[in-house]
Design a protein around this ligand. Structure first.
Ligand code: NAD
Length: 522
């Protein structure tokens, strides 16, 4: 198979950017779209491709003056956007969905180049953006409030939903563009404007996405401040966390980041939507369809090189089928193709060298705690891509109580844990971590499945039966409990996060009765 040379990966990224209408250099983008008072930004960050380590661009970090300038643009845009009827806002979102359809191949490939996902997953990420646009368009004719009966005669009570104002979005590297769309498309139909700070590791895809959305705004004569973007790292993220002009901060990333953002926003009584780390498990019971369970485990644990918040990190297997599952998994892992994500391999690179080091140190400490490495566990050199960050997906026999197992290591390490008793024991092991994002059980036993789904079962935001932990559809509310942060994004009634509820009572009679029958006659 043809291997792209170092220069070719960077060249391809620039070709894709040009194809989507973005300027050749990020400085040009910065000057053109962000033209704040301070010029070309500070401390440019080198953006490299995890595929081969090649530098793709220098990304200028926003200055505080740039940020304030953008915020003012957002506030001005809010005055226009919030006045438009929601279905008209939906029409703009529909056009963004169409523009994403048009650029699906290019943006999906750029996601692969910048984040290291295999092509199929890069395309899947853009499809998710399109799906959420479609979902938001339908919602723009809904946004329902309830009506309720008043205890007072000739009174009517109802509740309605209003936009919040400026919504801030902080996103992680591993879903560099989908997370923006989950938040911004719903926030937009609700009448909010959005300001986005993507991960400092993936600014190119953010700029491309911003171009696509900005063009739709411009074509419709709408202000650019409806969807604002600025670049930078942790410091730039703290600005919106501390800024009372940002009504809601939706932050996706590590629990460490969420703790800091959550505290800063709470300090000023703002709203947060936190989507943080997971430590997801699949339970395999004796009645499971083992072939299905193994396939779901491999996709969940080794897919996206273990860099999904919903990645399967723990496999809790009953003793009766433990050896069978173990042998089958080890055999499949040995066949996984690792290499260039653009060229049909199943496992691409980790995001950077620091991620490789975390993978190595987690494997070392799991083994120091008594874990037994069954397969993988080494760096993998890929010919022609020497600067890339490739590792072999690993399986380690472990105990749930190990410190290493309790933590989320953002890499393809699967901990294999044996249980001997009933489903209650398996669920107890599964819940015995600090995170609570995604969970799954493989069983053909209806009682086990229902126990898993009952209030005594999984304590996670997502609980699946005979489906793995990763790869959620956008129609359901997405998010998790405990240290995962409690936020819900995407489908169902997650739109309510982006609105404020107002209860209205209207008196259409001639008397002024008080609630609870209180008498206060003057
Ligand atoms: P990260 O926490 O390092 O960074 C995420 C974002 O937060 C980046 O934009 C970063 O610049 C910003 N940031 C970091 N510290 C900040 C601070 N103190 N204040 C404000 N902003 C700050 O995460 P990452 O390495 O990019 O992504 C991986 C993590 O994200 C994993 O833990 C993964 O589970 C989690 N994640 C969760 C979800 C979810 O929906 N639950 C989805 C994707 C990723």
């Amino acid at each position: 198979m043809h291997t792209l040379s170092n220069a070719a990966v960077a060249q391809e990224a620039h070709r894709l950017l040009a194809q989507m209408g973005c300027p050749a250099s990020l400085s040009a983008w910065y000057l053109g779209l962000q033209a704040g008072p301070a010029g070309p930004g500070q401390n440019p960050i080198a953006v490299t491709s995890p595929i081969d380590g090649a530098e793709l661009a220098q990304a200028p970090s926003a200055t505080r003056a740039d940020y304030d300038h953008l915020l003012a643009e957002c506030q001005a845009a809010y005055a226009v956007w919030s006045q438009m009827p929601a279905p008209k806002r939906g029409e703009i979102v529909r056009q963004i969905g169409d523009a994403l359809r048009q650029h699906k191949e290019a943006l999906g490939k750029l996601v692969s180049i910048e984040a290291g996902k295999i092509t199929q997953e890069g395309l899947g990420e853009v499809q998710e953006m399109i799906d959420i646009c479609d979902f938001a368009v339908g919602l723009s004719r809904q946004l329902y409030g309830l009506t309720m009966h008043s205890e007072r005669p000739q009174h009517r009570m109802y509740e309605q939903w209003h936009p919040l104002g400026v919504v801030g979005i902080i996103s992680a590297f591993n879903f560099p563009v989908a997370v923006w769309s989950w938040n911004s498309m719903l926030a937009a139909i609700c009448g909010n404007v959005c300001i986005w700070k993507p991960s400092e590791k993936t600014p190119l895809t953010a700029v491309a996405t911003h171009y696509i959305a900005s063009k739709v705004l411009a074509d419709n004569g709408l202000p650019a401040g409806i969807f604002a973007l600025y670049l930078g790292g942790r410091e730039q993220g703290t600005w919106m966390a501390e800024d009372p002009r940002v009504a809601l901060v939706s932050a996706t990333g590590s629990t460490r980041m969420g703790r800091a953002v959550g505290q800063a926003v709470a300090q000023r009584m703002g709203k947060t939507l936190l989507e943080l780390g997971g430590n997801n498990a699949i339970i395999i019971t004796p009645s499971a369809d083992l072939e299905m369970a193994v396939r779901a485990t491999v996709f969940g644990a080794a897919g996206t090189a273990g860099q999904r918040c919903t990645t399967t990190r723990r496999l809790i297997v009953h003793a009766d089928v433990y050896d069978q599952v173990k042998d089958r998994l080890v055999a499949v892992y040995q066949k996984l193709t690792i290499g260039n994500p653009l060229e049909g391999n199943l496992v691409g690179p980790l995001i950077d060298e620091a991620a490789v080091q975390m993978y190595e140190s987690a494997l070392a400490s799991a083994q120091a705690e008594g874990g037994r490495l069954l397969v993988g566990g080494k760096r993998r050199a890929v010919a022609g891509l020497e600067g890339g960050h490739y590792v072999e997906p690993a399986i380690v026999e472990a105990q749930n109580s190990y410190t290493t197992v309790q933590e989320e290591t953002f890499a393809p390490i699967l901990y294999l844990i044996k249980y001997n008793g009933g489903v209650e024991e398996a669920v107890q092991i599964q819940n015995d971590v600090k995170q609570g994002l995604s969970s799954a059980i493989f069983t053909l036993n209806m009682r086990e499945a229902e126990y898993f789904l009952s209030h005594r079962g999984s304590d996670c935001g997502i609980a699946n039966v005979n489906i793995g932990t990763s790869g959620a559809e956008i129609g359901g509310a997405f998010g998790g409990e405990k240290e995962t942060g409690g936020g819900r994004e995407s489908g169902s009634d997650a739109w309510r996060n982006y609105m404020r509820r107002q209860t209205n009572t209207i008196n259409y009679g001639t008397a002024l009765p008080l609630a609870q029958g209180i008498s206060f006659d003057v």
